[in-house]
Design a protein around this ligand. Sequence first.
Ligand code: FES
Length: 57
Amino acid sequence: MVVCVCNAIREREVRDAARRGAISPAKAYRSLGCKPQCGQCIPFALQIIKAEHALAC
Ligand code: FES
């Protein structure tokens, strides 16, 4: 599933970035060579990152 339409970032990529240590959507996107643009995806991306970190605990 595509999380960020502006950057064509998929859910799997956000999860992988979270596992590599990204604690925010901006940091996750930066690790993928992008940055937030319209910002509409931020709440969903944050939810994915939080869920991934919760699984890691
Ligand atoms: S959908 Fe992610 S910045 Fe626009």
